[in-house]
Structure formats: structure tokens, C-alpha cells
Design a protein around this ligand. Structure first.
Ligand code: NAD
Ligand code: IPM
Ligand code: MN
Length: 345
């Protein structure tokens, strides 16, 4: 297994160190190549993602990324020039973001029930496409546009993936989240594609919800969701919320998948570089560890992925959530649990 690792900025390197500790217990033979992409390389050389590095990344089976973004770099430089460029160049069209309330984890919702959903977020289009610009800059009549790009091809492939995932889950329920009452052009395309693909999946029940109402239900009735399919920006926002209701952003994992497997997929916590806590050794590395489990699943190493998930589940069920220990202590615990092959009943 050839893995490229981009620790990145802020808490990225801190959580990645623990994720690699855990990976070492299940796949000790993994060949790891580190890439120093991120704020410090940009400051030192002006480089974000050189072509030669992109070429090397393509030669790996998967990429593990910590987080990018730093207060010393203007907003958007690293996010667009590095993270989004990777997602776009490597055609990461399915951004898979599970959100599950593990036993023992406290949700801010008083009576949350058993939350277990996956958000299938489109990863290469929408408002992230970079289709826009500034006109008449620095005049009183400045105009800023960001145009959402939704292609039939792009919507269909992510919707198909979401139906496939819904079909494989016990509840077989899919919710399209959009804003069809206002974004009538993109909304119409998404709705039609969902309707068409649903004909091939009579076993999947389908619901539609506007994104604003979805934020209500995510808090008041989160168990209604099984699989959510949505566009790039709605998916970004909803997955931070889904993380918050399932115990916090420190637990939320993600995979940026090229489901055709033509390019390596990339796995990363949903959270960012958290400059407010970077360097303190208090970031929760669990999201990064669970991202390794998603990576292993993607590479067909399902048994190893289950071992990691079981260890996380055990740790979360037995953790003192008021003082869970620091980044290093949590990583050590998880590595020990994986090594002892702990199972949860
Ligand atoms: P953030 O996710 O970094 O932090 C939001 C809040 O969550 C902060 O209070 C932070 O301390 C907390 N938090 C995050 N991860 C945590 C963890 N593992 N354990 C405990 N607490 C954790 O979001 P932000 O503050 O909006 O963004 C900071 C920077 O990260 C920005 O530059 C942003 O662009 C970037 N960012 C990068 C990614 C990525 O690389 N995938 C994702 C989101 C944000
Ligand atoms: C995420 C992040 C990124 C996104 C940013 C940093 C580009 O918020 O991975 O959720 O918006 O997708
Ligand atoms: Mn986000």
C-alpha cells in the first residue's frame, strides 16, 4: 500500500501523527511518502501544488491529509490552490461524510436517538467551481459573482453513488437536499436526476428537503436522515452541523473519492487546521483515525477498517468525555486498542 501523506497546517500534523500510529498497527507494511505542502512551503517558496508533486501523488494508492489553512496566509490561497485543486485535479466527485452518534458520546441534542447518516456531498462542481470574478474592482460599483456550476454528468454520477449507498443500508432512505424554491435551474436538474435514478432503485425511498429546513431537522429530528445527497456548498455546511450533533467536529471523518479509481482518493478529517488550538496537543485525532478507516475501506481492506472503527467505538464508549486526554494520549489509546484487536458487542 503506497500512501501519500500531507499533514498540512495547524493541528493537521498533530492529528496525522496519531492516525499514522493507528495505521501502523493494522498495515505495518504501508509505504508512506510525506509531502510538506501547506503554509510553510508557500511562505518559503511560493509553491502551493507543483505539477511534479501532483504527478507523484497520482502514483499512490491513496492520500491522507490533515488540514490546510493558516492565519498567516490570505484566506483562500491554500484552500483553493492546494486543497480544492487536489479535489478537482484528482476528480474527487464523491465527498463522503458519515455522521454517526457513537454509544457513550454526548450529543448537544437532549434526546437525539440513534443518529447514523451519511452525507454524499458533490465534490467538484457547484459554487466551488471557481466560476466568477470581480468587475469594476475598487470602485463603488464593484460586482462580485460566484456562479454555481451543475452539470448533468456531475450530478448524475454523485446521485447514482448516493442511491447505491442507500440501497446497501438497512433503511434504504435517500434525502435530496437543495434549495429548489429559489435555485430553480440547478434545483430542477438535481430533482430530475434524482427522479430518473430512483426508477432504477425502487427499493430506496426518496425524500426532498430544502437546505434551510434541513438545518432545523438536523437538530430537532436527526434520526430521520439515512443518506443525504447534496451539492458542494450545502454539503460543506451540513456536515459541520452533522458533526456537531454527533459529538463534535473532532470525530468527523471524510473521504474525497474518485469512485472510478482512476485517481487516488483522499481522506481527511472534516475539520480544518483549528488555529485556535494548534500547538497545544489538545486536538482530538479521532476524526483523522476514522478517516484512515474510510481509506482502508476504499482500498478493500475492510477487515482492517472494522478493527479501527471497533477501537474508536470502544474508546468513545469508555472515554471520560470531560477530560478525554490530549491528542497523543487518545492516539496511544486507539493504537493499543487496535493492536489488541478489541471488539464491541
Ligand atoms: P476548523 O474546523 O479548523 O475549527 C472550527 C472549530 O472546531 C475550532 O474551534 C476548532 O478549535 C475546533 N476543532 C477543529 N478540529 C478539532 C479537533 N480535531 N479537536 C477539537 N476541536 C477541533 O474551522 P475554521 O476555524 O473555520 O477554519 C480554520 C482554517 O482551516 C481555515 O483556514 C479554513 O479555511 C481551514 N479549513 C481547512 C479544512 C481542510 O483542510 N479540510 C477544513 C475546514 C477548514
Ligand atoms: C471542508 C473545508 C473545505 C471545503 C475548505 C477548506 C475548502 O471546509 O473540507 O469541509 O469547503 O470543502
Ligand atoms: Mn467544511
Amino acid at each position: 500500500m503506497r500512501l501519500a501523506v500531507i499533514p498540512g497546517d495547524g493541528i493537521g500534523p498533530e492529528v496525522i501523527a496519531e492516525a499514522l500510529k493507528v495505521l501502523g498497527e493494522v498495515v505495518p507494511t504501508a509505504e508512506i511518502t510525506r509531502y510538506d505542502l501547506g503554509a510553510s512551503r508557500w511562505h518559503a517558496t511560493g509553491e502551493l501544488l507543483p505539477e511534479s508533486v501532483l504527478g507523484e501523488l497520482r502514483e499512490h494508492d491513496a492520500i491522507l491529509l490533515g488540514a490546510v489553512g493558516d492565519p498567516s496566509v490570505p484566506s483562500g490561497i491554500l484552500e483553493r490552490g492546494l486543497l480544492l485543486r487536489l479535489r478537482f485535479e484528482l476528480d474527487h466527485h464523491v465527498n463522503l461524510r458519515p455522521a454517526r452518534l457513537y454509544p457513550g458520546v454526548k450529543s448537544p441534542i437532549v434526546d437525539p436517538g440513534e443518529i447514523d447518516m451519511i452525507v454524499v456531498r458533490e465534490g467538484t462542481e457547484g459554487l466551488y467551481a471557481g466560476n466568477g470574478g470581480l468587475l469594476r474592482k475598487d470602485t463603488p460599483h464593484e460586482i462580485a459573482t460566484e456562479v454555481s456550476v451543475n452539470t448533468s454528468f456531475g450530478v448524475e454520477r454523485v446521485v447514482r453513488d448516493a442511491f447505491g449507498r442507500a440501497s446497501a443500508r438497512p433503511r434504504k432512505h435517500l434525502t435530496l437536499v437543495h434549495k429548489t424554491n429559489v435555485l430553480t435551474h440547478a434545483g430542477s436538474l438535481w430533482s430530475r436526476v434524482v427522479e430518473e435514478v430512483s426508477l432504477e432503485h425502487p427499493e430506496v425511498t426518496v425524500a426532498y428537503q430544502h437546505v434551510d429546513a434541513t438545518t432545523i431537522h438536523m437538530v430537532t429530528d436527526p434520526t430521520r436522515f439515512d443518506v443525504i445527497v447534496t451539492d458542494n456548498l450545502f454539503g460543506d455546511i451540513l456536515t459541520d452541523l452533522a458533526a456537531a450533533v454527533t459529538g463534535g467536529i473532532g470525530l468527523a471523518a471524510s473521504g474525497n473519492l474518485d469512485i472510478t479509481k482512476r485517481n487516488p482518493s483522499m481522506f481527511e478529517p472534516v475539520h480544518g487546521s483549528a488555529p485556535d488550538i494548534a500547538g497545544q496537543g489538545i486536538a482530538d485525532p479521532t476524526a483523522a483515525v476514522l478517516s484512515v478507516a474510510l481509506l482502508l475501506d476504499h482500498l478493500g481492506q475492510n477487515e482492517s477498517a472494522r478493527r479501527i472503527e471497533a477501537s474508536v467505538a470502544f474508546d468513545l464508549a469508555t472515554r471520560d468525555h470531560a477530560s478525554p486526554g490530549g491528542t497523543f494520549a487518545i492516539g496511544d489509546r486507539l493504537a493499543a486498542l487496535v493492536s489488541s484487536n478489541v471488539r464491541v458487542s
